[in-house]
Design a protein around this ligand. Structure first.
Ligand code: KG4
Ligand code: ZN
Length: 376
């Protein structure tokens, strides 16, 4: 995976991610489905061209993280404005890197939920405008279904059914992927999402935003056994998660240390906190595979790029003879290639959205109801 980065004048980072060289892109064959995908649900403006759900011809991400860092978190209004400014450039770059024009595209896909409403609306409006202007079909994609589908890009052999642990800034779900686009949620968080807990604890120990990657880095220097933080088990819901008790316990420790004038060892707290989160995630996911009888386990979402999670999951999967799948870190966090991967399987099923498509900030996973509005 080759990543070319360029910091623009306004601090936004423009990235072009390539699996192979452009010259290696084979010519399209009859029956190939080429999708232009758009993602703008949070603070990344992204566009990608994906062929047949698994071959990424281009993958452009314009990341606003540096802009939001000043405020300690994502400011929705700034995110929407930057999406408006960057969207056309990302799409142009995605088409140009794939050596294609809009004429070569079979469908336009876009994340329509869940996410920040103002941010989602930029991508949805753009996709609808392109669909209207070109007459090409429009496909709305659930952001989390996109994260799950990121696994199809580099793991050409992966096919459902399998278990997927989805851990992002807004979601912590344990899902059985029964078929393409068919999901059974077997566990979810009762309170904070895993990524949210990483972000809040990072802020509390002074590492700042974005918390996940900073804790991941600090944890490498720390002792994971320095503190024993609680790992919640929910009675009668063995696959559900709860991270608020763990977060409170870390915050209590920090307050006590401050009151007693002790110096806080950021790395030790980060490593012990990360260990507590990761052990719960791994043990639930492995238990689900064994009890539901699946021998394939995938991970998805921003937290899936965590090195501690990847390491422990790999070790436990090897021990239990479960095949472990994970996207490269840059495909775990928000991108449009994963949206193009998910959209392909919807396209094959005949799913088409009308121009009445709207952004749905709290769209539930596996929701089918809104999909057949308008133009088919
Ligand atoms: O999937 P994502 O990019 O956006 C959402 O859909 O939410 O996930 C963002 C979340 C943030 O909470 C971020 O702190 C977390 O993923 N994250 C990580 C790491 N990289 C990103 N958490 C732990 N370790 C990481 N290396
Ligand atoms: Zn995401």
């Amino acid at each position: 995976m080759e990543i070319n980065k360029n910091v623009e004048d306004d601090g936004v980072i423009f990235m072009s991610i390539k699996e192979g060289k452009n010259s290696e892109i084979a010519a399209a064959e009859d029956g190939d489905v080429t999708i232009l995908a758009i993602e703008s649900s949070c603070d990344e403006t992204a566009a990608a061209v994906v062929r047949n759900g698994r071959e990424v011809l281009s993958n452009i991400i314009s990341s606003q993280i540096a802009l939001h860092t000043i405020y300690g978190g994502v400011v929705p209004e700034i995110a929407s404005r930057k999406h408006v400014e960057k969207m056309n450039g990302c799409i142009r770059a995605a088409l140009s890197e794939a050596n294609l024009t809009l004429e070569d595209i079979d469908a336009i896909a876009v994340t329509y939920g869940p996410g920040l409403v103002g941010a989602l609306l930029v991508g949805v409006s753009e996709a609808k405008a392109i669909s209207f202007a070109t007459g090409k079909p429009l496909i709305g994609v659930h952001h989390i279904e996109g994260h799950i589908s990121a696994n199809f890009i580099e793991n050409k052999d992966l096919e459902p059914p399998f278990v997927c642990l989805v851990v992002s800034g807004g979601h912590s779900h344990l899902v059985v992927v029964k078929d393409y686009g068919e999901y059974e949620i077997i566990g979810q968080t009762r309170d904070d999402a895993a990524g949210e807990a990483f972000d809040k604890v990072a802020r509390a120990i002074g590492l700042g935003y974005p918390g996940g990657p900073k804790i991941d880095k600090a944890a490498k220097e720390g002792n994971p056994d320095a503190f024993t933080f609680p790992q919640a088990q929910i009675p009668d819901a063995e696959y559900d998660f709860s991270f608020s008790g763990l977060k409170s316990s870390v915050l209590n420790y920090i307050n006590q240390a401050k009151m007693q004038g002790q110096e806080l060892d950021q790395a030790d707290v980060a490593a012990s906190f990360q260990k507590a989160v990761v052990e719960v995630l791994v043990s639930h996911a492995i238990k689900a595979c064994k009890e539901y009888g699946y021998d394939k386990l995938a991970i998805a979402g921003g937290v899936a790029s965590n090195s501690g999670l990847r390491e422990l999951m790999e070790k436990e999967c090897a021990r239990e003879n479960i095949k472990f799948y994970r996207p490269s870190p840059v495909l775990c966090t928000d991108n449009a290639a994963m949206i193009g991967a998910a959209a392909y399987y919807e396209y094959k099923k005949g799913v088409r959205f009308g121009l009445d498509m709207n952004a749905v900030p709290n769209l539930p996973l596996g929701d089918r109801e809104r999909r057949f509005h308008g133009r088919q």
